[in-house]
Design a protein around this ligand. Structure first.
Ligand code: PGA
Length: 251
């Protein structure tokens, strides 16, 4: 059985004080939750304070991006070692906003993913097609390439530990969720592609999250799909009430 993950991607929102306040409230709301991994991904400046506030609880911390190098002359970047130092367990890699606005490619995604593992972080690798790609009927080509190139080169346990997030770009922040059937179709395809790369055992263990306008009122239907193992959530993870509801979705 794959343990679901409900990850909140806060994007460029919340000050340190707001982030700590949020986590302090959520951690008491969800202290009884054992059957779902809870991950919050604040901005870099709030990581350490949020990690301290969540210490000893079932709330884990993730970063939203990183550089693949450990240190060096890379002004404005942050390294996997620094994320670990701040208390992170997870790191989101290749979010579509990073691909769209900051030039990330399957190649940089791959470098970052391998570096995350090398330093002891668990990468959450994002994939997904744009609206134009879906309308051209090339969703499987695009997503297949993202999986084959972005997720190449995993060794040993890494191939069952990596987390994948399928986020159709047209569903992010738009209020347009993929229907559970549309999402399942791609999740199944991703797991099949992953099986070809790493074999049945790893593919049966790897967790594939869905992202794109996940809300308390659609989370349960999405989570009923056999290949959906959790959510990567933006907007609805910014409010304590809705994020709590997402974590406690109707099983
Ligand atoms: P959304 O964002 O839930 O606001 O659509 C999801 C994401 O970008 O990870």
């Amino acid at each position: 059985m794959r343990k679901p993950i409900m990850a909140g991607n806060w994007k460029m929102h919340k000050t340190i004080a707001e982030s700590v306040d949020f986590v302090s409230k959520v951690k008491s709301n969800v202290s009884d939750v054992k059957d779902c991994e809870i991950v919050v991904c604040p901005v870099f400046t709030a990581l350490k304070s949020v990690a301290d506030a969540a210490k000893g609880t079932n709330v884990c911390i993730g970063a939203q991006n990183m550089h693949w190098e450990e240190k060096g002359a890379f002004t404005g970047e942050i390294s996997p070692k620094m994320l670990l130092d701040a208390g992170c367990k997870y790191v989101i890699i290749g979010h579509s906003e990073r691909r769209q606005y900051f030039g990330e490619t399957n190649e940089t995604v791959n470098k970052k993913m391998l570096s995350a593992f090398k330093h002891g972080l668990v990468p959450i690798v994002c994939i997904g097609e744009t609206l134009a790609e879906r309308e051209k009927n090339i969703t499987f080509d695009v997503v297949g390439k993202q999986v084959k190139e972005g997720l190449a080169g995993l060794t040993g346990n890494q191939s069952s530990e990596v987390v994948i997030a399928y986020e159709p770009v047209w569903a992010i922040g738009t209020g347009k969720t993929a229907s559970p059937a549309q999402a399942q179709e791609v999740h199944e395809f991703v797991r099949k592609t992953f099986t070809e790369m790493y074999g049945k055992d790893a593919a049966a263990k790897v967790r594939i999250l869905y992202g794109g306008s996940v809300k308390p009122d659609n989370v349960s239907e999405l989570m009923k799909q056999p290949d959906i193992d959790g959510g990567l959530v933006g907007g609805a993870a910014l409010e304590v009430d809705s994020y709590t509801k997402l974590i406690k979705f109707q099983r």
